[in-house]
Design a protein around this ligand. Structure first.
Ligand code: UDP
Ligand code: MN
Length: 299
Protein backbone atom coordinates (compact mmCIF):
# COMPACT_ATOMS: atom_id res chain seq x y z
CA UNK A 1 0.00 0.00 0.00
CA UNK A 2 1.19 3.60 -0.49
CA UNK A 3 1.58 3.89 3.27
CA UNK A 4 4.49 1.49 3.46
CA UNK A 5 6.31 1.77 0.13
CA UNK A 6 9.59 2.51 1.90
CA UNK A 7 9.44 -0.40 4.27
CA UNK A 8 12.19 -2.96 3.62
CA UNK A 9 12.04 -6.26 5.45
CA UNK A 10 15.17 -7.28 7.32
CA UNK A 11 16.76 -10.51 6.19
CA UNK A 12 16.33 -13.59 8.37
CA UNK A 13 18.94 -13.54 11.13
CA UNK A 14 19.62 -16.02 13.88
CA UNK A 15 21.22 -14.75 17.05
CA UNK A 16 20.99 -15.41 20.79
CA UNK A 17 18.05 -13.83 22.55
CA UNK A 18 18.83 -10.87 24.80
CA UNK A 19 18.47 -11.74 28.47
CA UNK A 20 16.66 -9.02 30.39
CA UNK A 21 18.21 -10.12 33.66
CA UNK A 22 21.70 -10.85 32.30
CA UNK A 23 23.20 -7.72 30.77
CA UNK A 24 26.19 -8.61 28.59
CA UNK A 25 28.42 -6.04 30.31
CA UNK A 26 28.02 -5.76 34.08
CA UNK A 27 31.12 -3.81 35.09
CA UNK A 28 30.59 -0.79 32.85
CA UNK A 29 27.77 1.73 32.37
CA UNK A 30 25.89 0.89 29.17
CA UNK A 31 23.40 3.74 29.14
CA UNK A 32 23.51 7.38 30.23
CA UNK A 33 20.82 8.92 32.49
CA UNK A 34 19.21 10.43 29.37
CA UNK A 35 19.13 6.96 27.79
CA UNK A 36 21.96 7.35 25.31
CA UNK A 37 23.72 4.02 24.73
CA UNK A 38 27.37 3.82 25.77
CA UNK A 39 29.20 1.63 23.27
CA UNK A 40 31.46 -1.08 24.71
CA UNK A 41 32.60 -4.30 23.10
CA UNK A 42 30.08 -6.95 24.15
CA UNK A 43 26.97 -4.76 24.36
CA UNK A 44 26.11 -4.63 20.66
CA UNK A 45 25.61 -7.09 17.82
CA UNK A 46 27.39 -5.76 14.74
CA UNK A 47 25.43 -8.03 12.37
CA UNK A 48 22.12 -6.49 13.42
CA UNK A 49 23.56 -2.98 13.20
CA UNK A 50 24.97 -3.66 9.74
CA UNK A 51 21.56 -4.82 8.54
CA UNK A 52 19.96 -1.63 9.85
CA UNK A 53 22.55 0.76 8.45
CA UNK A 54 22.84 -0.99 5.07
CA UNK A 55 19.10 -0.48 4.58
CA UNK A 56 19.73 3.23 4.90
CA UNK A 57 22.57 3.14 2.33
CA UNK A 58 24.57 5.16 4.75
CA UNK A 59 27.51 7.26 3.48
CA UNK A 60 30.19 8.30 5.95
CA UNK A 61 32.61 11.22 5.94
CA UNK A 62 35.73 11.12 8.11
CA UNK A 63 37.30 14.52 8.78
CA UNK A 64 40.93 14.72 9.81
CA UNK A 65 43.42 17.59 9.97
CA UNK A 66 47.03 17.23 8.92
CA UNK A 67 48.48 20.71 9.25
CA UNK A 68 52.17 21.51 9.24
CA UNK A 69 54.25 18.74 10.84
CA UNK A 70 51.17 16.62 11.56
CA UNK A 71 51.20 15.59 7.91
CA UNK A 72 53.63 12.89 9.05
CA UNK A 73 50.79 11.02 10.77
CA UNK A 74 48.50 10.89 7.75
CA UNK A 75 49.80 7.83 5.93
CA UNK A 76 49.47 5.34 8.79
CA UNK A 77 46.19 6.93 9.79
CA UNK A 78 44.68 6.25 6.36
CA UNK A 79 46.35 2.85 5.98
CA UNK A 80 44.94 1.64 9.28
CA UNK A 81 41.54 3.25 8.60
CA UNK A 82 41.37 1.20 5.44
CA UNK A 83 41.76 -1.96 7.51
CA UNK A 84 39.40 -1.13 10.37
CA UNK A 85 37.16 1.91 9.77
CA UNK A 86 33.68 1.35 8.31
CA UNK A 87 34.78 -1.65 6.28
CA UNK A 88 32.28 -2.29 3.49
CA UNK A 89 30.70 1.18 3.62
CA UNK A 90 31.28 4.17 1.34
CA UNK A 91 33.69 6.52 3.07
CA UNK A 92 34.96 9.95 2.06
CA UNK A 93 38.19 10.80 3.83
CA UNK A 94 38.19 14.59 4.08
CA UNK A 95 41.76 15.58 4.73
CA UNK A 96 42.18 19.20 5.76
CA UNK A 97 45.71 20.31 5.11
CA UNK A 98 47.82 23.36 4.37
CA UNK A 99 50.09 21.22 2.20
CA UNK A 100 47.90 19.91 -0.60
CA UNK A 101 50.88 19.93 -3.02
CA UNK A 102 52.88 17.60 -0.77
CA UNK A 103 50.17 15.10 0.08
CA UNK A 104 49.10 14.41 -3.47
CA UNK A 105 52.57 12.83 -3.94
CA UNK A 106 51.89 10.39 -1.14
CA UNK A 107 50.19 8.07 -3.64
CA UNK A 108 48.02 6.43 -1.05
CA UNK A 109 45.41 4.19 -2.56
CA UNK A 110 42.08 3.37 -1.01
CA UNK A 111 39.55 0.64 -1.65
CA UNK A 112 36.33 0.60 -3.64
CA UNK A 113 33.74 3.21 -2.59
CA UNK A 114 36.43 4.97 -0.55
CA UNK A 115 37.67 8.39 -1.59
CA UNK A 116 40.53 10.60 -0.49
CA UNK A 117 39.54 14.26 -0.68
CA UNK A 118 42.11 16.91 0.14
CA UNK A 119 40.78 20.24 1.34
CA UNK A 120 43.21 23.12 1.40
CA UNK A 121 42.88 25.23 4.53
CA UNK A 122 44.95 27.92 6.20
CA UNK A 123 47.44 27.08 8.88
CA UNK A 124 47.79 28.99 12.14
CA UNK A 125 50.99 29.80 13.93
CA UNK A 126 49.92 28.69 17.40
CA UNK A 127 49.03 24.99 17.77
CA UNK A 128 46.15 26.04 20.01
CA UNK A 129 44.64 27.92 17.06
CA UNK A 130 45.24 24.98 14.71
CA UNK A 131 43.26 22.67 16.96
CA UNK A 132 40.50 25.22 17.81
CA UNK A 133 39.94 26.37 14.24
CA UNK A 134 38.99 22.83 13.27
CA UNK A 135 35.48 23.72 14.43
CA UNK A 136 35.24 26.62 12.01
CA UNK A 137 36.68 24.68 9.08
CA UNK A 138 34.46 21.64 9.59
CA UNK A 139 31.48 23.97 9.86
CA UNK A 140 32.34 25.77 6.64
CA UNK A 141 32.71 22.59 4.59
CA UNK A 142 29.61 21.08 6.17
CA UNK A 143 27.40 23.56 4.36
CA UNK A 144 29.57 23.71 1.23
CA UNK A 145 29.86 20.04 0.45
CA UNK A 146 29.50 17.48 3.22
CA UNK A 147 25.72 17.88 3.33
CA UNK A 148 25.37 16.72 -0.27
CA UNK A 149 28.01 13.98 -0.13
CA UNK A 150 27.57 12.08 3.15
CA UNK A 151 25.01 11.31 5.85
CA UNK A 152 27.28 11.14 8.90
CA UNK A 153 30.55 12.81 9.83
CA UNK A 154 33.19 11.34 12.12
CA UNK A 155 35.70 13.99 13.26
CA UNK A 156 39.04 12.64 14.46
CA UNK A 157 42.57 13.56 15.53
CA UNK A 158 45.29 12.47 13.11
CA UNK A 159 48.02 11.46 15.58
CA UNK A 160 46.35 8.07 15.95
CA UNK A 161 46.13 4.62 14.39
CA UNK A 162 43.25 2.17 14.08
CA UNK A 163 44.00 -1.32 15.35
CA UNK A 164 40.57 -2.90 15.70
CA UNK A 165 37.01 -2.68 14.32
CA UNK A 166 35.26 0.70 14.19
CA UNK A 167 31.92 0.41 12.43
CA UNK A 168 28.36 1.66 12.26
CA UNK A 169 27.84 0.98 15.98
CA UNK A 170 29.27 4.48 16.55
CA UNK A 171 26.71 6.27 14.36
CA UNK A 172 23.90 8.33 15.84
CA UNK A 173 22.46 11.85 15.57
CA UNK A 174 25.29 13.26 17.65
CA UNK A 175 27.96 11.29 19.45
CA UNK A 176 30.84 11.99 21.82
CA UNK A 177 33.59 9.84 23.28
CA UNK A 178 34.65 9.30 26.89
CA UNK A 179 38.15 10.72 27.29
CA UNK A 180 40.52 7.90 28.30
CA UNK A 181 42.11 9.95 31.09
CA UNK A 182 38.82 10.70 32.90
CA UNK A 183 36.29 7.91 32.45
CA UNK A 184 36.97 6.45 35.91
CA UNK A 185 37.40 9.83 37.62
CA UNK A 186 35.13 12.13 39.60
CA UNK A 187 33.86 15.50 38.44
CA UNK A 188 36.37 17.29 40.63
CA UNK A 189 39.15 15.80 38.49
CA UNK A 190 37.58 16.84 35.18
CA UNK A 191 39.59 19.56 33.47
CA UNK A 192 36.55 21.57 32.37
CA UNK A 193 37.00 25.32 31.95
CA UNK A 194 36.50 26.70 35.47
CA UNK A 195 36.57 30.45 34.85
CA UNK A 196 33.01 31.84 34.77
CA UNK A 197 34.12 34.49 32.25
CA UNK A 198 34.60 31.83 29.59
CA UNK A 199 31.89 30.53 27.27
CA UNK A 200 33.18 27.04 28.11
CA UNK A 201 32.62 27.42 31.87
CA UNK A 202 31.26 24.46 33.82
CA UNK A 203 31.03 24.73 37.64
CA UNK A 204 32.39 22.04 39.97
CA UNK A 205 28.99 20.55 40.74
CA UNK A 206 27.92 20.04 37.12
CA UNK A 207 28.97 17.76 34.29
CA UNK A 208 27.97 14.38 32.89
CA UNK A 209 31.19 12.97 31.45
CA UNK A 210 34.48 14.39 30.25
CA UNK A 211 34.42 14.05 26.49
CA UNK A 212 37.46 13.95 24.21
CA UNK A 213 38.04 16.67 21.62
CA UNK A 214 39.61 14.19 19.23
CA UNK A 215 36.53 12.05 18.49
CA UNK A 216 32.99 13.26 17.88
CA UNK A 217 30.46 13.22 15.11
CA UNK A 218 26.92 12.63 14.01
CA UNK A 219 24.51 13.49 11.23
CA UNK A 220 25.85 16.28 9.04
CA UNK A 221 23.21 18.74 10.28
CA UNK A 222 24.07 18.04 13.92
CA UNK A 223 27.79 18.39 13.29
CA UNK A 224 27.03 21.73 11.67
CA UNK A 225 25.21 22.89 14.81
CA UNK A 226 27.93 21.60 17.10
CA UNK A 227 30.89 23.08 15.21
CA UNK A 228 29.10 26.37 14.59
CA UNK A 229 28.27 26.70 18.28
CA UNK A 230 31.79 25.85 19.46
CA UNK A 231 33.35 28.21 16.93
CA UNK A 232 31.15 31.11 18.05
CA UNK A 233 31.86 30.38 21.72
CA UNK A 234 35.57 30.49 20.93
CA UNK A 235 35.20 33.80 19.04
CA UNK A 236 33.28 35.35 21.94
CA UNK A 237 36.03 34.28 24.33
CA UNK A 238 38.67 35.62 21.95
CA UNK A 239 36.93 39.01 21.87
CA UNK A 240 37.06 38.96 25.67
CA UNK A 241 40.70 37.96 25.68
CA UNK A 242 40.17 34.53 27.14
CA UNK A 243 40.95 31.09 25.74
CA UNK A 244 39.42 27.97 27.24
CA UNK A 245 41.88 25.72 29.06
CA UNK A 246 41.64 22.78 26.64
CA UNK A 247 40.62 24.76 23.59
CA UNK A 248 38.05 23.10 21.31
CA UNK A 249 37.68 20.25 23.82
CA UNK A 250 36.45 22.69 26.49
CA UNK A 251 33.82 24.20 24.19
CA UNK A 252 32.76 20.72 23.12
CA UNK A 253 32.26 19.66 26.74
CA UNK A 254 30.15 22.75 27.40
CA UNK A 255 28.04 22.05 24.31
CA UNK A 256 27.42 18.41 25.25
CA UNK A 257 26.39 19.43 28.76
CA UNK A 258 24.17 22.46 28.13
CA UNK A 259 23.05 22.45 24.48
CA UNK A 260 22.84 18.96 23.10
CA UNK A 261 23.54 15.85 25.07
CA UNK A 262 25.02 13.11 22.88
CA UNK A 263 22.53 10.56 21.59
CA UNK A 264 25.29 7.93 21.72
CA UNK A 265 28.50 7.81 23.75
CA UNK A 266 31.59 5.88 22.76
CA UNK A 267 33.67 4.14 25.40
CA UNK A 268 37.44 4.80 25.51
CA UNK A 269 37.89 1.71 23.30
CA UNK A 270 37.34 4.25 20.53
CA UNK A 271 40.03 6.68 21.68
CA UNK A 272 42.77 5.22 23.81
CA UNK A 273 46.07 6.63 25.00
CA UNK A 274 48.56 4.39 26.83
CA UNK A 275 49.72 7.42 28.75
CA UNK A 276 46.36 7.57 30.52
CA UNK A 277 46.74 4.31 32.40
CA UNK A 278 44.97 1.01 32.74
CA UNK A 279 42.99 -0.58 29.94
CA UNK A 280 41.48 -3.00 32.48
CA UNK A 281 37.84 -2.35 31.50
CA UNK A 282 38.53 -2.48 27.79
CA UNK A 283 38.05 -5.66 25.80
CA UNK A 284 39.31 -3.94 22.70
CA UNK A 285 41.51 -0.96 21.93
CA UNK A 286 40.28 0.19 18.56
CA UNK A 287 41.97 3.52 17.98
CA UNK A 288 45.09 4.54 19.85
CA UNK A 289 47.22 7.66 20.18
CA UNK A 290 50.76 7.54 18.86
CA UNK A 291 53.53 8.72 21.12
CA UNK A 292 54.71 12.10 19.95
CA UNK A 293 57.20 14.69 21.07
CA UNK A 294 54.71 17.49 21.72
CA UNK A 295 57.25 20.29 21.70
CA UNK A 296 58.90 19.15 18.50
CA UNK A 297 55.75 18.41 16.48
CA UNK A 298 53.87 21.55 17.52
CA UNK A 299 56.59 24.05 16.59
N1 UDP B 1 46.87 19.53 14.38
C1 UDP B 1 47.54 19.70 13.17
N2 UDP B 1 48.69 20.43 13.14
C2 UDP B 1 49.20 21.04 14.26
C3 UDP B 1 48.51 20.87 15.49
C4 UDP B 1 47.35 20.10 15.52
O1 UDP B 1 47.14 19.15 12.15
O2 UDP B 1 50.24 21.70 14.15
C5 UDP B 1 45.60 18.78 14.38
C6 UDP B 1 45.85 17.26 14.25
O3 UDP B 1 44.77 16.67 13.56
C7 UDP B 1 45.86 16.84 15.72
C8 UDP B 1 44.76 17.73 16.29
O4 UDP B 1 44.92 18.97 15.61
O5 UDP B 1 45.61 15.45 15.88
C9 UDP B 1 44.82 17.96 17.81
O6 UDP B 1 46.13 18.26 18.23
P1 UDP B 1 46.97 17.21 19.11
O7 UDP B 1 46.78 15.83 18.56
O8 UDP B 1 48.38 17.70 19.21
O9 UDP B 1 46.26 17.32 20.53
P2 UDP B 1 46.33 16.21 21.72
O10 UDP B 1 45.68 14.95 21.19
O11 UDP B 1 47.79 15.99 22.04
O12 UDP B 1 45.55 16.84 22.82
MN1 MN C 1 45.84 14.04 19.31
Amino acid sequence: SPDNVNVIKLKRMVYPKSETLKPPRTNVLSVSPWLAPIVWEGNFNIDILNELFRQENVRIGLTVFAIKKYIRFLKTFIETAEKFFMVGYPVNYYIFTDLVGNVTNFNMTVGPRKQLIFLEVPSYERWEDVTMRRMQMIRDFTKQRFASEVDYLVCLDVDMIFQDHVGVEILSDVFGTLHPAFFVKGRDKFTYERRPESQAYIPEDEGDFYYAGGYFGGKVEEVYKLTNHCHHAMLTDKANNIEAIWHDESYLNNYFLYYKKPTKILSPEYLWNERDGTAFYLRKIRFIALHKNMDEVRT
